[in-house]
Design a protein around this ligand. Structure first.
Ligand code: 9MJ
Length: 672
């Protein structure tokens, strides 16, 4: 039996639609990519040969169509409303009280959804076929972006399944997932194109391209969160409606949950807030919607927002402020880091007055000058960053705006600076003759995970170095009562305490000592691996690069840094002075811990309820386990608390066993 080109094209379209729903919506591809591509090419060829066979919902249209000169305007049949905001638990309670009182109810169920930070769009399906897509615009009318929305891979062009309303307006958010955004920007940088400030701007910019073939190359993704005009039947609950949209092939949020009562809403908010950084896309809060459609209708609207929904916003992570100046800080390795001094602002829950500018390349990339208004971002525990310059807030008089001059000499000791080839970092060549470097080295040496010298704070370190009492870390152990007494604001009691804690920290462990040396790129985990491998400091310092590279976590760069440290005469002198001053540690006798967990490698991630991560690792090591900072195929088990993000994902991908804190505590009960 022969099939006509029209029949073949229809069959291919149907097949490709089903395959792409399986691939994009269900995450369960039913054919290999190559088969998908071959069918797509065959359909393209048929449509090119027989233009009459082209249809607006053909999957071939996802590659974009001829550029437009401007977007047409689209009037929304039902206004696209915005959401009222609640900025605290109190405001959320007020919303709940108002809604229940109005309805005369004592309790209420809410559908909870993460609030995606993207671009709101409306997509119309007529007889199950996508016919129109528009941006929200001012809520009354938006722009016709149909050609662009057609190119979004997870937007079905044809709905599949039963009882699809004859007219269905779906509303939702178009975003670019974070990882795809990073890749897209990296590619843009590589080819010298403009990079986007954040995923939301990238999504908006991509959706408003007049040339849809450009949009088709952008990693946009759609999530449906409500409906507009509907001619047909839908379930009487919001959650069931979204579920139904999902069954027809529309993407809906995986994180949606329906709860009863406002306390449960707050719990949902806290749970999502805790994993916000680990989510694959940016969100700026949680949306709570009254779940019953009848209740929604009774509540109605106030001005431009529904009375049945509210967005509980997270504290802003990005705000604007002014760049007042730039300080240059010299770190332990001589790296000179520009630090922005900002007009203090409240962001992400704290007041920020400094932000890192990383290096000279970053200053150039941002095009930032002193006096400019900038956007500062604080996410999680990371150091605040400057995201961009607000064009309209650029200081414009010549006197107001000042170019940031990278220093030609070390701002602390005046030594020359240099920039290694291929490195973005500028360093001071002063070494320990540079007071700033010496102070940073001592701070690291005394820090909690190193020699843990209690009472040796930053101010005291500054005094000791500035007064010339300490020129190397070994000098710390030669300090006497009289010298300390000569320091300003140093009482007898504090000086006795400091001498006691110095004496206490003289007895340490080999891993701590190696870490304390501050060798470049040798963090806590690497120091531990080196100690377990070499057992003595002498053997570590004598090891050639190829032997060093045989240790877990040590690559050619780390090996080179260790060799450079070991070959430096001044370092050798400091080490022998430290030994002479009495610094010591018990011999490391077993390479690969004894104990019930010997031979296993653990990674601890996320927030633990009963203990800190450091303590958890220590308990595991006491049982003979090795602990590592990153997940690999060598990892035996990941102990994951709430908020565990990429490490947990990686473990899942590698099939590494993952346990939670309760399971871990039960295991310790048995083993300890
Ligand atoms: C976002 N942005 O994720 C709504 N939204 O509902 C969700 N926005 C919304 N719902 C009614 N999940 C108006 C806006």
């Amino acid at each position: 039996m022969t099939t006509s080109p029209a029949e073949e094209a229809a069959a291919l379209r149907d097949q490709l639609s089903r395959w792409s729903v399986a691939y994009f919506e269900l995450d369960a591809p039913i054919v290999p990519d190559a088969d998908y591509d071959a069918s797509m090419r065959r359909l393209e060829a048929l449509e090119a040969e027989h233009p009459a066979l082209q249809t607006p919902d053909s999957p071939t249209r996802r590659v974009g169509s001829a550029p437009l000169s401007s977007f047409d305007s689209v009037d929304h049949r039902l206004p696209m409303l915005s959401l009222d905001n609640a900025f605290s638990a109190e405001e959320l309670k007020d919303f709940h009280r108002r809604a229940t009182e109005r309805l005369g109810l004592t309790e209420m169920s809410y559908c909870c959804e993460p609030k995606l930070d993207g671009v709101a769009v409306s997509i119309v399906y007529e007889q199950g076929k996508m016919t129109l897509a528009a941006t929200r615009g001012d809520g009354t009318s938006g722009e016709n972006v149909t050609a662009n929305v057609r190119t979004i891979k997870n937007v079905p062009l044809t709905l599949v399944g039963d009882a699809i309303p004859s007219y269905l307006e779906v509303r939702g958010e178009v975003v670019i997932p974070r990882e795809a955004f990073e890749r897209m920007n990296a590619r843009a940088t590589a080819v010298g194109e403009k990079v986007f400030v954040n995923p939301r701007n990238a999504a908006a910019g991509s959706l408003r391209q007049l040339d849809s073939s450009i949009t088709s190359k952008r990693p946009l993704a759609f999530t449906a969160y409500s409906v507009g005009v509907v001619e047909g039947e839908l379930p009487p609950f919001h959650d069931a409606t979204l579920q139904r949209l999902g069954e027809w092939g529309l993407p809906i949020s995986k994180y949606m949950e329906t709860v009863t009562g406002i306390a449960a809403c707050e719990t949902y908010y806290e749970a999502i807030a805790a994993k916000r950084e680990a989510l694959p896309f940016d969100i700026d809060g949680i949306v709570f919607k009254v779940n019953g459609i009848a209740e929604q209708e009774k509540l109605g609207f106030v001005s431009r927002a529904p009375r049945w929904a509210i967005a509980r916003k997270f504290p802003a992570q990005e705000v604007s402020t002014r760049l007042l100046g730039v300080d240059f800080q010299v770190g332990r390795t001589g790296a000179i880091t520009p630090v922005a001094r900002l007009d203090p602002v409240f962001v992400g829950g704290v007041t920020v007055s400094n932000a890192t500018l990383h290096n000279a390349d970053e200053i150039e990339r941002l095009g930032v000058q002193i006096g400019d208004t900038i956007i500062v971002r604080r996410a999680g525990d990371v150091i605040p960053q400057i995201v961009s310059v607000v064009e309209s807030g650029r200081a414009n008089s010549v006197t107001e705006r000042k170019v940031i001059q990278f220093p030609a000499h070390c701002p602390d000791c005046g030594s020359d600076v240099f920039r290694e080839e291929g490195e973005a970092v500028v360093r001071c060549v002063g070494g320990m003759a540079c007071a700033a470097q010496l102070k940073a080295v001592i701070r690291h040496f005394a820090s909690r995970k190193a020699l843990d010298i209690e009472g040796l704070g930053d101010k005291l370190i500054d005094q000791l170095v500035d007064d010339g009492l300490v020129t190397t870390v070994a000098d710390l152990f030669r300090l006497g009562k009289e010298q300390l007494a000569s320091l300003e604001r140093m009482g007898e009691r504090s000086s006795e305490n400091l001498l006691t804690s110095l004496a206490n920290s003289q007895v340490t462990t080999l891993p701590r000592f190696i870490y304390a040396l501050g060798i470049r790129e040798v963090g806590e985990a690497t120091a531990r691996a080196l100690a377990q491998h070499f057992l003595t400091l002498e053997d570590l310092l004598a090891a050639p690069a190829d032997v060093l590279e045989g240790v877990d976590d040590v690559g050619p760069v780390v090996a080179r840094h260790i060799r450079a440290f070991a070959c430096d005469e001044r370092n050798r002198q400091v080490l022998s002075d430290l030994m002479a001053a009495g610094v010591n540690w018990p011999a490391v006798s077993v390479a690969d811990g004894d104990g019930p967990l010997a031979g296993t490698v653990w990674v601890v991630t996320g927030k633990l309820e009963t203990t800190g991560r450091d303590d958890a690792e220590q308990r595991l090591r006491a049982l003979g386990a090795k602990t590592a900072s990153s997940v690999s195929s060598k990892t035996s088990t990941v102990l994951a608390g709430p908020g565990a993000g990429s490490k947990r994902k990686k473990a899942e991908g590698l099939g590494v066993s993952i346990i939670d804190e309760a399971e871990w505590l039960a295991m310790l009960e048995e083993l300890e």
